[in-house]
Design a protein around this ligand. Structure first.
Ligand code: UD1
Ligand code: CA
Length: 435
């Protein structure tokens, strides 16, 4: 049963009123990647979930546009109106018509779940032979969560939503995390039996537990070890907290892999960035998106790597430097106050302080490339107007505006000649006094 087909259904139709935002909740980004992207990635990284079906509703078009552009193995299905979590899962049914395997249900607003936990969850589900496994967690404060109600012998009985609990049930600290593994062929037919006669008038996915048991089928709980993994985003404060949790996780991993992080509290590093050992991350560095950074580099303090950077070994990215969609090969320095965008920098390149690659044409709204080949140097405060190439070992002088390719070993210079006016200051002072 281990290698049985597994697919994910990701619930993402809800409104997210408390975000107080024009953006659909699941599209709020952490390090540039929308929340639902984290969930899709976690499913994918299990190595056994081969497809995700995302149930969209509020802001459906925008969510769909993201999902379909993000991952070729993900599809969307519309739930309109939103009549509850049970109704949402049922909407995925047409896309799973011929599927005979395990369905894992996830939430699009719960981005911190890890592939390791999902694998463990699926493993328990397969090994126990249960038709349905619900993920639970023990919370000191279970307020607002569905409660896991068990029989005297400890076996699962049902899930009761906060608004429908008895005073006794309210005290239960084992909560429903909202993630489920289920046997598609056995459980999906039960969705048509869900009723909405509850406090919220919704079709509750949670009722599927009691229904499963009533049919004489086996339902179990998987108790989560690390509660952080089911941290859900309902507000901007939650989003900030999730970013912190994620950051701690990423930095701990990088430290364990041999990256030096001077101050992990101010090293903001996206989880999709790989960094080689002995690279030093100085304080106040912000790295978002997907990037690769090699070994023995020095990054920061105060550096911003935006997305799509491939940085070799022994590279220096210094203070107030921004790098975006660029390749920087080994032994190259971009030490101070520079913007490098849509560029390719070779090896042993030295970028002078204040160098700017002018990659954007604001009239045509297009971006073009700057190529700086091995051994080339730019003088301080130079502007390279893309598309432009500086060939091997070429130079441009400080203050130059480079609008044409520079051949190998040549110097490019655009500068009005320096004039020196002798005694200008003395004369000026004397003139001032005689007035
Ligand atoms: C749900 C569970 C609760 C559990 C909690 C964990 C139900 C009835 N309750 O409650 O037991 O403790 O999650 O966080 O399932 N969604 C849709 N369509 C809908 C309604 C919801 O796609 O019609 C999506 C939401 O976007 C969200 C997820 O389902 O991603 C959960 O919905 P939400 O309304 O937050 O459920 P809770 O009330 O938190
Ligand atoms: Ca919720």
């Amino acid at each position: 049963m281990e290698n049985k087909n597994v697919k994910a259904v990701i619930l993402a139709a809800g409104k997210g009123t408390r975000m107080k935002s024009d953006l659909p909740k699941v599209l709020h980004p952490i390090y540039g990647k929308p929340l639902v992207g984290y969930v899709i990635d976690a499913a994918k990284k299990t190595g056994i979930i081969d497809e995700s079906i995302v149930v969209v509703g509020h802001g459906a078009e925008k969510v769909e546009e993201f999902v379909e552009g993000y991952d070729e193995n993900s599809k969307c299905v519309l739930q309109s109106p939103q009549r509850g979590t049970g109704d949402a899962v049922a909407k995925a049914n047409p896309l799973l018509e011929d599927f005979d395997g395990t369905v894992v249900i996830l939430y699009g607003d719960t981005p911190l779940v890890t592939p390791e936990t999902l694998n463990d969850f699926i493993k328990q589900h397969h090994e126990s032979g249960a038709a349905l496994t619900v993920m639970s967690a023990i919370f000191d404060d279970p307020t607002n969560y569905g409660r896991i109600v068990r029989n005297a012998d400890g076996s699962l009985k049902c899930i009761t939503e906060e608004k429908d609990t008895t005073p006794e049930e309210k005290k239960i600290k084992e909560i429903n995390a909202g993630l489920y593994c289920l046997d598609k062929k056995v459980i999906f037919p039960l969705f048509s039996e869900l009723k909405c006669n509850n406090a919220q008038g919704e079709y509750y996915l949670t009722d599927i537990v009691a229904l499963t048991i009533a049919k004489g089928l086996k339902a179990e709980a998987y108790v989560l070890q690390n509660n952080e993994e089911i941290y859900g985003i309902n507000s901007k404060a939650n989003l900030a907290e999730a970013t912190k949790i994620l950051n701690k996780r990423t930095n701990d991993k990088l430290l364990a892999e041999g990256v030096t992080i001077v101050d992990p509290d101010t090293a903001y590093i996206s989880p999709d960035t790989t960094i080689g050992r002995d690279t030093i991350i100085f304080p106040n560095v912000y790295i978002s998106g997907k990037n690769t950074i090699g070994e023995h580099c020095k990054i920061g303090p105060f550096a911003h790597i935006r997305d799509g950077a491939t940085i070799g070994d022994n590279v220096r990215i210094g203070n107030f430097v921004e790098i975006k969609k660029s390749v920087v090969k080994s032994n190259t320095n971009v030490s101070h106050l520079s913007y490098i965008g849509d560029s390719e920098l070779g090896e042993h390149v030295n970028i002078g302080a204040g160098t700017i690659t002018a990659n954007y044409d604001p009239v045509l709204k297009t971006k073009t490339k700057t190529i700086i080949k091995d051994g080339a140097n730019t003088g301080s405060n130079s502007v390279l107007v893309a598309p432009v190439t500086m060939h091997e070992n070429s130079m441009c002088a400080a203050g130059s505006v480079v609008t044409k390719d520079v051949e190998a070993n040549a110097l490019a210079l655009t500068r009005s000649p320096l004039k020196v006016f002798s005694d200008w200051v003395t004369n000026r002072l004397q003139k001032g006094k005689s007035n």
